[in-house]
Design a protein around this ligand. Structure first.
Ligand code: N01
Length: 510
């Protein structure tokens, strides 16, 4: 991760532990806590300056989680019993406060070395240990190495010409200055319309003199239906049952598709069902709808048409309407991750908020005054926001100097495709586990559910290794091939591969 310098941790060189975890977000913290409870000596190396992972980095205006609480939190009773959320979809400040609470309850920070950016790791076969090096020259030795850096650990900066010539203020959404950026009265560009771009647009369009959004693919965003939690909801009734349901439901949510196909219902029944899901807000219209929505083109088109009808009704200008919510879908509904929005579409009803379609007319270069599109038009700005996402899933893992037992870098191991076993281990990388990475539920799933499921598997694998006196485990290439085939087979049954997206790139295409 860029921008990390210096070391403030208190660990001496040559740290020696049972388990070294990289990353102090949801996954790393979960495993640190549980492995310590099992008696292991563990430490976390974290590149940032605090706990929280993506919620440490994501402090751009309007940043908030778009999975509802309590679905989006740890299921550990010692953590939830004394924590009360204020809103159904908490903002980044509240999420950072949550991690402070987690630290207070679980005493995490004493075992975290912050400002510790890992740049190299190789497995010493004779000692049966990973040797891990940080950017500032420290070394750790550990029997088990756990990569918990998440899928968004490497930012994506499209390589536009002249980016360093821009004279105004420019930031990537995930590397926003913690002191904020004053956009009041400024001309702002937002490039990218993923979750980050949508939230940034909503927030900055309320303050800036003008906002122009550069869109390549419309985000088929759903209404968030944000609300303050009532006293009753804050009483946490039924939490254990909810967390158990969450583990069993599709994508780690405590709801599932209804056992009915879209065209089984009459048009009137369908409309009423869609309307009910729509009014409830959140991901129900995506993950709690008809069971064939993500598998049948005809079913998916019905959902898309409803989405487009509802969304288009909110956008006054016909040109903006056709760009934001086209009548013809660019990809099937729900095959790229829909964002949850609050008043994203209404922002475009303001005369000072506009949209540029960069699909036919891409950004050509940056210049001191702003940026120029292929048609030669100069767009002048004071602030440019790059909400251009990440080298998702594999990017962060390839970026930390991991080497296989034959000395190959992970970039080389995965140069002609990604291989893993169970989306958690990798051939020739013994005793190394990863969470929230490629070929696992990861971005398809609710984060805390995914890391708890994978974390429990990893800790039980470690316990088994020790119980059986095994020195190290390493999946075979055949096991990886089989896993890859299974994942692809599952993905290919759905409409997901029809979208051009990082969301499925490392899942179904290789
Ligand atoms: O990143 P993204 P994100 N020219 O990759 C566009 C989670 N998250 O930071 O769609 C022009 O989704 C790109 O266009 P296209 C969440 O899981 C959660 O927004 O590839 N545009 C896209 O619009 C999410 O899925 C929360 O055609 C270019 C955008 O940049 C994940 O993080 C909040 C371009 C990138 O969108 C990532 O979200 C924030 C180019 N050359 C994030 N290159 C919440 O919980 C890229 N783009 C709310």
């Amino acid at each position: 991760i860029n921008g990390i310098n210096g070391s403030t941790d208190s660990y001496a060189d040559n740290l020696e532990v049972d388990c070294l975890i990289i990353g102090a977000g949801f996954g790393g913290v979960y495993l640190l806590h549980h492995l310590r409870k099992m008696g292991y000596d563990c430490k976390i190396y974290e590149a940032g300056k605090d706990l929280g992972g993506i919620w440490h980095w994501n402090c751009y205006p309007g940043a908030r989680v778009d999975s509802q609480v309590p679905i989006y939190e740890y299921s550990m009773p010692e953590v939830w019993k004394d924590w009360t959320w204020s809103e159904a979809y908490p903002g980044s400040d509240e999420l950072r406060a949550y991690f402070k609470h987690v630290d207070k309850v679980l005493d995490i920070k004493k075992d975290v070395a912050f400002d510790s950016c890992v740049v190299g790791a190789n497995f010493d076969q004779s000692a049966g240990k990973w040797i891990v090096r940080t950017e500032d020259g420290r070394t750790a030795r550990s029997r088990f190495l756990i990569i918990a850096t998440g899928y968004a650990a490497k930012r994506h900066f499209p390589g536009w010409k002249g980016m360093d010539t821009f004279k105004g203020v420019m930031h990537h959404s995930s590397f926003w200055p913690s002191e904020g950026v004053d956009v009041n009265g400024k001309r702002v560009a937002v490039v990218g319309t993923g979750s980050s771009g949508v939230q940034l647009t909503q927030a900055t369009a309320k303050e800036a003199a003008s906002v122009i959004v550069f869109q390549r693919t419309p985000n088929l965003a759903l209404p968030m239906a944000q609300r303050s939690l009532t006293k009753e909801q804050q009483e946490k009734k039924g939490y254990p049952e909810l967390f158990s349901e969450r583990m069993k439901g599709f994508a780690g949510f405590p709801f599932d598709f209804v056992k009915r196909n879209t065209l089984d219902d009459t048009p009137e029944q369908r409309e009423a069902f869609y309307e009910k899901l729509w009014q409830a807000g959140g991901f129900g219209f995506w993950l709690g709808t008809y069971q064939d929505m993500l598998f049948s083109h005809a079913a998916n088109r019905e959902a898309y048409n409803f989405w487009a009808k509802k969304t288009r009704a909110r956008i006054q200008d016909p040109r903006k309407r056709d760009l934001l919510a086209p009548l013809e879908p660019i990809h099937p509904f729900g095959t790229k991750r829909p964002s949850l929005e609050q008043d994203y579409y209404e922002q475009f009803n303001k005369p000072n908020v506009d949209i540029v379609d960069v699909r036919p007319n891409p950004i050509k270069e940056f210049v001191p005054e702003g940026l120029v599109t292929e048609d030669g038009k100069l767009h002048e700005f004071d602030v440019i926001v790059l909400a251009t996402g990440f080298d998702a899933l594999t990017g962060g893992m390839k970026n930390m100097g991991l080497r296989s037992t034959s000395g190959e870098t992970l970039s080389d191991t995965w140069k002609s495709g990604t291989w893993s076993y169970l989306g958690m281990t990798c051939h020739n990388y013994p005793n190394m586990f990863f969470l929230y990475g490629p070929q696992g539920p990861s971005a398809f799933a609710n984060g805390p559910t995914c890391v708890e499921a994978q974390g429990d598997w990893i800790r039980s694998a470690i316990a088994k290794i020790d119980k059986e006196g095994i020195k190290s485990i390493d999946p075979t290439r055949e096991a990886e091939e089989e896993w890859k085939r299974k994942v692809k087979e599952l993905g290919d049954k759905s409409l997901f591969p029809k979208a051009k997206s990082w969301y499925v790139l490392r899942l179904t295409s290789f």
